[in-house]
Structure formats: structure tokens, C-alpha cells
Design a protein around this ligand. Sequence first.
Ligand SMILES: [Cu+2]
Length: 103
Amino acid sequence: MKGILVILLLLVAGCSEVQEAPEEKVVIAITDFGFSPSQLNVPSGTEVIWVNRDVLAHNLVFEGFESGELLTDGYFSKTFEEPGSYDYYCSYHPELRGKIIIK
Ligand SMILES: [Cu+2]
């Protein structure tokens, strides 16, 4: 049993050494009818994760894709590879808007 643990620890250590450039992740919270932050400037390859901390359900509608319904504590993640400006909104509350800018 101890031997297995040692092997697992070595595997974990080995993986973290190989991963020289950690993947970037940024969390956007949905709280009090707002995206926090409402505008995000990040490099390409960034994974953006929205977490709904509101009491109501929301969704994220981009040009070309949608998150589906996010209930309280629900989340949606998307990795943006293409530089550009991505506007989005909640179709339940169209005044709820945000923007992602990928450099
Ligand atoms: Cu909403």
C-alpha cells in the first residue's frame, strides 16, 4: 500500500514538472445581476469560468454559442483561442451584459 502511494506521489511530482507554463484560468462571478468583472482582458488560451453566485438562473449568449441555463452555483467554462472582442449577455435579463477581450 505504501509503495503505491510513493508511486502516485512521484507521478504527481513528475506531471507538475512537465507543465512549465500553467494554463491560465479566470473566474467571472455572476452576482447581484452583474458580471464581475463585466469586462475582461486576457491573453489567448485563457480558460474563462463563469460561476453563478446569484439567486436567479442566468445564461450566457455569445455570437455563435450559448452556455445553457446556469442555476445558482452552476458554472460554464470556455477557452478562448482566437484574439478578438466577445460580447455576451443573459437572454433572461438582456440588460446583463459583459465583454471578453482576447489579446
Ligand atoms: Cu440573467
